[in-house]
Design a protein around this ligand. Sequence first.
Ligand SMILES: Cc1cc2nc3c(=O)[nH]c(=O)nc-3n(C[C@H](O)[C@H](O)[C@H](O)COP(=O)(O)OP(=O)(O)OC[C@H]3O[C@@H](n4cnc5c(N)ncnc54)[C@H](O)[C@@H]3O)c2cc1C
Length: 419
Amino acid sequence: MLGPTELTESVLRFVEDNWSLDLTLAQWWCCLAEAGLAFPTWPVGVGGRGVSATEARSIRVALDAAGTIAAPAGNGPNMGGPTLIEHATPEQIERFVLPMARGEAQWCQLFSEPGAGSDLAGLSTRAVCDGEEFVVSGQKVWNSKADVSEWGMLLCRTDPGVPKHAGITFMMIDLRQPGVEVRPIVQMNGASEFSEVFLTDARVPYENVIGSVGGGWDVARTTLRHERAASAAVTNGSILVEAGSIAGNLDRQVGDLIEEWSAAGGARRRQPPLLGARSMVELARSRGALAEAALRDRLVRFHIHSELYLLNGRRTRDLARAGVPTALDGSLLKLDLAALAHESRDLSYDILGPAAMLTGGSAPDGGKVATTGLSAFIPSLGGGTNEIQRNIVSERTLGLPREPAVDADVPFRDVRRTT
Ligand SMILES: Cc1cc2nc3c(=O)[nH]c(=O)nc-3n(C[C@H](O)[C@H](O)[C@H](O)COP(=O)(O)OP(=O)(O)OC[C@H]3O[C@@H](n4cnc5c(N)ncnc54)[C@H](O)[C@@H]3O)c2cc1C
């Protein structure tokens, strides 16, 4: 194991030998994956080198500091890759994970449905076996980046005759086929980050099933665990570019992409749900709010809360990696992020006053406070709502009695449903 300084030096040597503004994005991502620097905690051969989370963080920081484009981001790397690494066959890992690690394909998560969000196991998208394939029909919703994804991690019901958790299968669906219609949804913050996906007799070959037929709930639990951790993870100033061929960046030169990224003011893939403590202080200074004792007091509290959140995040990841049991987990961190986002919204609105309602050119801050505030709900819903995280903490961490579930042992086809 290399020490932090040696690790940083080895990353800088790698950048010196391999990075050039003339490379295409596809070439750079391929190079990162081959060196095991794309997702360093993953195994060798699929974009990683099997190192600890702490070492992976040092690698990412060194690559960012060198001004390079970050490895592909999103639901594929955050939760899909780790899920397949745990549950898929070696052939499936090579077929799906490696191209995703190289950014050649983007994945989305096709779990939620109009009638199945918190009660995910109540999903009703059907997959019926037809020879070597499944024929899939149903509707998914809130699917982040589905409009630019080649592949979907699909949860569907393959056996309605058994209790709801038992008849679910996890499969990889190719979204580039006639039976798939993706309709982007426009959100109240003006962005369009997720879609609804309609499946009508879409086809999935049997070899795309991850885990066993009917064993999808176990696989999905792994995905959800990684989703909670990723939702709670701290974002940083990485240069992020959309992966996959549909997004159209792979053949472009990295120099052009960085220029575009800088011109957009370092635009991020997703509207951030909160202002950082530094931005908040800047906002207060620019509005003369530092002179107000009550606001100053809230600014200090917000700064302390932000720092605690960051430190707890690091501690949790390091303890998890070292296998040390801790009551701190993704659910608690996600709950804290949700609280921080709401605190950020309320404080920024109070600093800006009535002008916080303005967006676009007429807003004193270009509308950043308004759109960020409208995104504050994201951490309290995405990846499981606050109430569901509290249920998880009470049952798994505190060992309190489970929520009563009247339908857990009833065959799915006999469960009363509203949709
Ligand atoms: C930004 C964002 C990105 C998302 N991305 C994806 C994605 O890529 N793929 C995907 O499949 N889904 C995605 N989702 C969907 C997300 O997982 C669901 O919104 C979430 O699980 C809640 O489900 P729901 O919206 O159906 O709400 P519901 O489940 O209908 O909940 C409604 C309310 O009832 C409460 N409630 C429900 N059950 C209980 C209970 N047992 N105990 C206490 N309270 C309860 C909830 O907390 C909530 O307040 C995303 C959502 C957001 C906001």
